[in-house]
Design a binder for this molecule. Structure first.
Ligand SMILES: Cc1cc2nc3c(=O)[nH]c(=O)nc-3n(C[C@H](O)[C@H](O)[C@H](O)COP(=O)(O)O)c2cc1C
Length: 356
């Protein structure tokens, strides 16, 4: 797939995810074959006011390229200025968030609230294109407000006509939030109606899902969100699946070395105090489908520092290899992690978004 002059071949994309797609996770996903990663959404106003937290979310390393930066906002002037500022950092794509369904964001007429007015979206995209200094502009949208107000085709046309280089469609409505199954049929219709590249998103949890989305909808690429949590391997699995190479195998040793590397990267990026909670969360995600996850959750919650966490993880991996645990009920675990991404930090998830 080509986004402007950037060619990412057949590779998949890592979705913007608040408090998750930091530099550490982006690096790991790139190492396992993601073609393009995104920062989490950053406030356009925060960018032009040089807000410390916003700028921290924005930071990326040259080695992370290709990378997209995602903006959240609704004022054409502010969005334009923020795009100009961000273009100086030379990301590969600048994206507009028109998909976030979190109540506080929508109440502020940002994110998925923008879907109510495709003409207004046009205005925002035009401003971004005028101010991006040649960097391709993309937008991430949903199907519409709810199942009775699906206007994705109209929005897609407006986006194309205002000069965007890429359209990402999360195949759910704003009302769906994350609960209902994504409706991929709309991706096919969008693809038939516009000529800029279309990236599909929603309910992709393994490499076969991604391939099926591409085949069923003809979309140009696929954006992976929850399917990458604890599973950056999904990118390698997909790349080996489509190139007919020997299947990429994920085993406990690979999971262990990746978690340990991820923990080290987080410590380096955030310092031990902030990194510890993030490292705990990711560690559990990596082991979620392995036997013994319930035992691991108990242990990890008690951990007081990074070194202790590493010891717990190493011992746990050895116990799995020694077949110490009973077989998991895979369906129960899957539905728990699917419904509550941040299951044991669930009260925090709203807060995470509202930081913008
Ligand atoms: C924890 C979390 C944080 C998210 N943060 C963002 C964000 O900052 N910007 C955005 O456009 N979408 C965000 N999303 C939405 C995802 O990018 C994606 O569209 C959504 O999860 C649907 O894909 P999935 O069904 O494959 O998970 C977030 C999703 C999750 C689970």
């Amino acid at each position: 797939m080509k986004i402007g002059n950037l060619d990412i071949g057949e590779k998949l994309l890592l979705a913007p995810m608040a408090e998750i797609t930091d530099s550490s996770f982006r690096k790991i996903c790139k190492e396992f074959g993601a073609g393009l990663t995104f920062t989490q959404m950053v406030s356009a106003e925060g960018v032009i006011k040089n807000n410390f937290t916003t700028l921290k979310y924005l930071t990326f390393n040259r080695s992370e390229k290709p990378i997209g930066v995602q903006l959240l906002g609704n004022d054409p002037v502010i969005i334009g200025e923020a795009t100009n500022e961000i273009s100086k950092l030379k990301p590969d794509v600048i994206d507009l968030n028109a998909g976030c369904s979190v109540d506080k964001v929508v109440a502020n007429k940002m994110g998925a609230a923008l879907l109510d007015d495709p003409k207004y979206i046009s205005k925002l995209i035009s401003k971004m294109v005028q101010n991006s200094n040649g960097i391709p502009v993309s937008i991430k949208i949903r199907l519409g407000k709810d199942k009775n107000h699906i206007n994705v085709l109209e929005t897609a046309k407006a986006v194309e006509e205002s000069g965007a280089s890429l359209l990402i469609v999360h195949a759910r409505t704003r009302n769906d939030k994350y609960e209902n199954e994504a409706n991929w049929q709309w991706l096919k219709k969008v693809k038939e109606n516009i000529s800029i590249p279309v990236v599909g998103n929603g309910s992709i949890f393994n490499a076969n899902d991604a391939l099926r989305m591409k085949q069923e909808t003809n979309c140009d690429s696929v954006l992976i969100a929850r399917g990458a949590l604890g599973n950056p391997f999904i990118f390698s699995e997909y790349n080996s699946l489509i190139s007919n190479q020997i299947n990429f195998k994920v085993d406990i040793k690979l999971i262990l070395s990746t978690v340990l590397n991820h923990i080290d990267l987080l410590k380096k990026e955030f310092g031990e105090f902030v990194a510890l909670d993030k490292a705990k969360k990711h560690s559990l995600w990596y082991f979620k489908y392995q036997n013994g996850i319930k035992e691991l959750i108990e242990l990890v919650l008690k951990v007081k520092n990074i070194d202790e966490l590493k010891v717990v993880i190493i011992n746990h991996a050895n116990d799995i290899l020694a077949n110490k645990f009973q077989e998991n009920n895979k369906e129960e675990i899957f539905s728990k992690f699917y419904k509550r991404v941040l299951f044991w930090l669930s009260d925090e998830s709203e807060e995470v978004y509202s930081k913008e």
